[in-house]
Design a protein around this ligand. Structure first.
Ligand SMILES: C[S@@+](CC[C@H](N)C(=O)[O-])C[C@H]1O[C@@H](n2cnc3c(N)ncnc32)[C@H](O)[C@@H]1O
Length: 267
């Protein structure tokens, strides 16, 4: 099973691209989807959301995932970029978001029942981050990963928009991520369970364009090229759905993972 089809930032461009979320934080908040309820039920079935569980949303961004988490749990968030944290504070005022990274999580050992990562694990230095996540998890804890991916087979307008935005990314920056292999290959984590579903997020043309702009490989482009991508994306949507379309169902394929700490780590 592979992970995201967002650009694979394992190249030297990772840090530069990761920083680009700061400039597009408002677009991120406007355009990006939340996550389907079924995926949260999948984590719940693995015990993530029992009453008083202590949960960390790691790489929380603007809080798209945090805001869906049950308030019967004690919720925490960590995000390295200031503008993303500012959007988070507006969108999810009841949860404090701390400055930190997956490689340096600002919490003590054995603290969390679950660490959750939405749309971000591919940005991490994986082995360092997995060691760090294992450190902050209680022995009975688990790691949940989730990605929303464009379901390009579900809508021809989306297929054209994806062609436009992807045309700007170098081919070496696009690829699948072997999430299962990474987790299975890490001594700290035991069995990995997966969940997949397809769903649609209701948005507008401005929402779709904000989503395009929030992609790291688009927002990092020089302004004229970025504008070109947005203009051609708008044209593609209008060609398929008509000028003045109001509501757009944006189809997604969501993949979630749950990995428990392995018994040896918890001994
Ligand atoms: C695509 S956004 C996902 C945000 C949020 N989790 C969501 O579900 O919408 C990726 C986030 O990962 C963060 N990030 C990138 N590298 C990171 C790292 N090494 N440690 C922690 N967060 C990181 C970025 O700042 C950005 O907010």
């Amino acid at each position: 099973m592979s992970g995201p089809t967002e650009p694979d930032p394992t190249s030297g461009d990772r840090q530069r691209l990761a920083q680009s979320f700061d400039a597009s934080a408002a677009a991120y908040e406007l355009g990006r989807p939340e996550y389907p309820e079924e995926a949260l039920t999948f984590w719940d079935d693995h015990g993530a959301f029992e009453r008083d569980n202590v949960i960390l949303d790691l790489a929380a961004g603007t809080g798209k995932l945090t805001r869906l988490l049950p308030v019967i749990c004690e919720l925490h968030a960590v995000e390295p970029l200031e503008q993303m944290r500012a959007e988070f504070a507006r969108a999810v005022p009841d949860v404090e978001v701390l400055d930190g990274t997956a490689e340096h999580i600002p919490f003590p050992d054995d603290h969390f029942d679950a660490v959750l990562v939405g749309q971000a694990f591919h940005w991490f230095d994986h082995q360092v981050a997995l060691d760090e996540i294992a450190r902050v998890l209680k022995p009975s804890g688990g790691l949940g990963l989730i990605w929303n991916e464009d379901d390009i087979d579900a809508a021809s307008w989306l297929s054209d928009v994806v062609d436009e935005k992807r045309a700007t990314a170098s081919s070496t920056l696009i690829g699948d991520h072997p999430v299962m292999e990474m987790l299975d290959g890490h001594a700290g984590f035991g069995d990995v369970e997966t969940f997949e579903c397809r769903w649609a997020f209701d948005t507008t043309i401005e929402g779709v364009l904000a989503d395009v702009l929030s992609r790291s490989y688009v927002s990092a482009l020089p302004p004229a090229e970025r504008l070109g991508v947005l203009t051609r994306s708008r044209e593609a949507i209008e060609r398929h759905l008509g000028v003045g379309v109001e509501t757009i169902a944006y189809p997604y394929r969501t993949t979630a993972f749950w990995a428990s700490l392995s018994p040896t780590d918890s001994a």
